[in-house]
Design a protein around this ligand. Structure first.
Ligand SMILES: N[C@@H](CCC(=O)N[C@@H](CS)C(=O)NCC(=O)O)C(=O)O
Length: 198
């Protein structure tokens, strides 16, 4: 949900934000399940067109900003962004990053097990290093300007930066985080929420 609201605001789109999910409930009600049989948020309605899956919603909203007849250059830029969105979901997030941040978000500090924490940290580090190497080449993950690919990744980088205390090791990721923190919508929809929000 966070990343979809962030995307909509970045694109200056107006939306009716009807809150559901977690303590707000509604997701198991018949009317909600008719929109998303998985009973999960986010779900978007655009003039009656219903769409669920956060990355599909982001792509849909972002596609609305493309010219009606995109050039090959537009399509290649799109493909590069899409590649990073796929990578963020299918390689970085699931299962390693999810397991990593949930452990830190849900374990009281006094109960953290050092060897488990180290093992989880070591499992995600090589993936974050791939992000760091790319950010050494370009200020945003898919190029020189902010794009839809920064939306899902930005949510995970916020968690990484809050958990990882050895910031100098992945300097380009930390500098990227500082760059994102300058964006009002990132601060409003991502960083002000609890570590276990997604
Ligand atoms: N792959 C889905 C995952 C959606 C998902 O797991 N949503 C969680 C919240 S982050 C949810 O709706 N949980 C049930 C609830 O909150 O009622 C997406 O990206 O949209």
């Amino acid at each position: 949900m966070q990343k979809v609201l962030w995307c909509a605001q970045e694109l200056d789109l107006s939306y009716d934000n009807i809150v559901a999910g977690q303590h707000y409930g509604l997701t198991k009600e018949v009317s909600f399940l008719a929109m998303n049989p998985n009973g999960r948020v986010p779900v978007m309605s655009d003039d009656g067109f219903i769409l669920y899956e956060s990355n599909a919603i982001i792509r849909y909203l972002w596609a609305k900003t493309l010219p009606t007849e995109p050039s090959l250059q537009h399509l290649q830029s799109w493909a590069s962004q899409d590649r990073w969105m796929e990578w963020t979901s299918a390689t970085l997030y699931y299962p390693l990053f999810r397991e990593f941040y949930i452990y830190f978000a849900r374990t009281p500090a006094a109960e953290l097990n050092t060897s488990k924490a180290d093992q989880l940290h070591r499992s995600v580090y090589p993936l974050l290093k791939i992000v760091d190497d790319q950010l050494a080449q370009t200020p945003y993950i898919a190029g020189n300007t902010f794009s839809m690919a920064d939306i899902p990744l930005g949510v995970l980088v916020d968690k990484w930066e809050r958990i990882d205390q050895q910031k100098s090791r992945l300097l380009n990721v930390s500098l990227y985080y500082e760059r994102l923190l300058k964006r009002e919508h990132y601060r409003n929809h991502v960083t002000q929420y609890a570590l276990n929000a997604i």
